[in-house]
Ligand binder design. Structure first.
Ligand SMILES: [Zn+2]
Ligand SMILES: [Zn+2]
Length: 147
């Protein structure tokens, strides 16, 4: 009989405490759930940016090139592979098709403007660079698709 009257209120208090805790848990968990979505999205773009590799293929999409003027030794910049190669210091001027006859100094990264490393894979067959790569931003250009 002693436990009865005491037990009931205690049980009631416990139920109230549990109910209150449940409300608190609901309130705490819900904002976290809502917050998860935007946080995930906010973290994604930087990762995507650093893992995406920029690149181009084909002569028409070749990076800007600097050539050596065979007449005065100045640097001639050819931004577009179809542009004439026109020396800014002397009267020398070349058709875009004369590119292979001139000395290529370097090509410039179209993304970060760093100097690209370039090279040929078939030096006996092809007289222009076949690839160029940027050590800074990892941009890569290929003369043609590699199979
Ligand atoms: Zn010149
Ligand atoms: Zn770059």
């Amino acid at each position: 009989m002693r436990c009865g009257p005491l037990g009931a209120p205690v049980a009631g208090t416990l139920r109230a405490v549990v109910a209150a805790l449940a409300r608190v848990v609901d309130r705490v968990v819900d904002p976290l759930r809502v917050g998860d979505g935007p946080n995930v999205f906010r973290l994604s773009p930087p990762d995507t940016h650093t893992t995406t590799l920029e690149g181009d293929t084909g002569w028409a999409r070749r990076p800007p090139a600097s050539l050596c003027c065979p007449r005065c030794g100045s640097e001639i910049r050819q931004s577009n592979p179809r542009d004439p190669i026109d020396c800014p210091r002397c009267v020398a001027e070349f058709e875009s098709g004369e590119f292979p006859r001139l000395d290529l100094l370097y090509m410039e990264c179209p993304v970060c403007r760093n100097r690209l490393r370039h090279g040929r894979r078939h030096p006996n067959a092809i007289r222009v660079p076949e690839w160029a790569t940027c050590d800074r931003c990892r941009y890569h250009w290929e003369y043609r698709h590699t199979y």
